[in-house]
Design a protein around this ligand. Structure first.
Ligand SMILES: *Cc1c(COP(=O)(O)O)cnc(C)c1O
Length: 396
């Protein structure tokens, strides 16, 4: 009997080690990693530079406390601000913590303006985490069910519909922020359109709202730019980060600018583990290797190989509703539920995920090579073909 609490329907394998884009299980079987632990292992597994940096850091300092200065945190914050055009950073340990900090900033920003019940616009199909505030901001009732009462203060709108948000604004004078993923991850790889993000930026400027872009999954080079909103040529006011930033070490960050960067003062927010030297070293090394090896361009190139390969292999098969995403954040939506493809791919030596029931989600490490991308296509395309052409699935 397992003594692990029952929160995951786990797959029937256990992984023991990895190297580059490959991982091995306890039976010695090898898998191509098309998921990166859900967009976390930016540099793949056992990256020599990350391993060396962490080994070195472990011998120096793992943890001190935020009651002392942390030079590595200063360096990582500086680097994140250079890359994003933002001004300052609060470090924490996960995506939901970064989002909690963002929500607190939006609320305090409202209170500082004299709005005593500040409201935040959030989205259908959004995912922001599993704490009470972030599950309340999430747009999936399955995530919320059983945990009511939800945290109030969220107004929900559909994505990519500027009229809906203007209507919400007219109806609600207490809105202080708009909070969205540049590309929804768990919700099915649904991109906010470039024109929509630009319109939001304008609306937020006009109304004095904070534009808060959750880049926890789509950030850190995955889409071919450092941050996915950069495709729209805009700046957010608040940007939560996590997943890929530490290449596997737990880390979160909320990056802010302008008035949002000045909302917190001592006593307003804090963390015990956040910003510890080991996590900071992981973040700095991740960004450094990404830059040295131009992993953004690589993500764009390899992503294109995957999308083109899947399209051409399956051009004659019906049942593919849409292929979406950017760089190495790819969703292949089928016209029917397909969770069983995760097991079929695993048996064929490929780790993938299915989200929103019908969307095959690919989030490979950014160290993928064109050969890995081709291997992924060569394994996955026949599996999708077999699934879409099998009689029982066609009848369903
Ligand atoms: C995964 C995810 C989160 C939650 O991150 P955790 O580290 O699991 O708390 C929040 N927002 C988005 C967009 C995510 O993909």
């Amino acid at each position: 009997m397992s003594h692990i609490m029952n929160t995951y329907a786990r797959q029937p394998i256990s992984l023991t080690h990895g190297d580059g884009a490959w991982v091995w299980d306890t039976e010695g079987r090898r898998y191509l990693d098309g998921l990166s632990g859900i967009a976390v292992n930016t540099l793949g597994h056992n990256h020599p530079k990350l391993v060396a940096a962490l080994q070195d850091q472990v011998t120096k300092l793992i943890h001190t406390s935020n009651i002392y200065g942390i030079p590595l945190g200063e360096q990582l914050a500086t680097r994140l601000c250079e890359l994003s055009g933002m001004e300052n950073v609060f470090f924490c340990n996960s995506g939901l913590e970064a989002n909690e900090a963002a929500i607190k900033i939006a609320r305090k920003y409202g209170h500082d303006k004299g709005i005593d019940q500040p409201q935040i616009i959030v989205y259908e199909k959004a995912f922001h985490g599993r704490s009470l505030a972030t599950l309340s901001a999430t747009g999936n009732v399955k995530v919320q069910k059983g945990f009511e009462p939800l945290v109030p203060g969220f107004v929900r709108v559909p994505l990519n519909d500027i009229a809906a948000i203007e209507a919400a604004a007219e109806a609600n004078p207490s809105i202080t922020a708009v909070f969205l993923e540049a590309i929804q991850g768990e919700g099915g790889i649904n991109p906010a359109r470039v024109e929509y993000l630009q319109a939001l930026r304008k609306l937020c400027d006009e109304r004095g709202w904070l534009l808060m872009i959750d880049e926890v999954q789509c950030g850190i080079g995955r889409t071919g730019k450092w941050f996915a909103h950069q495709w729209a040529g805009i700046l957010p006011d608040v940007m939560p980060l996590a997943k890929g930033l530490g290449s596997g070490l737990p880390i979160g960050a909320v990056v802010a600018r302008g008035v949002a960067a000045k909302v917190f003062s001592p006593g307003n927010h804090g963390t015990t583990f956040g910003g510890n030297p080991l996590a900071m070293r992981a973040g700095l090394t991740t960004l450094q290797v990404m830059e040295e090896d131009d992993l953004m361009a690589n993500a764009a190139h390899c992503g294109q190989i995957i999308v083109d390969g899947i399209r051409s292999h399956l051009a004659d098969v019906s049942g593919i509703a849409e292929i979406r995403g950017q760089g190495l954040m790819i969703g292949i939506e089928l016209d029917r539920p397909c969770p069983e493809l995760v097991g079929r791919a695993r048996e064929a030596g490929l780790l993938i995920n299915v989200t929103a029931d019908k969307v095959i989600r690919l989030l490979p490490p950014l160290i993928f090579t064109p050969e890995h991308a081709q291997q992924l296509v060569d394994i996955l395309a026949p599996i999708i073909r077999g699934f879409l052409t099998q009689p029982q699935a066609a009848a369903a």
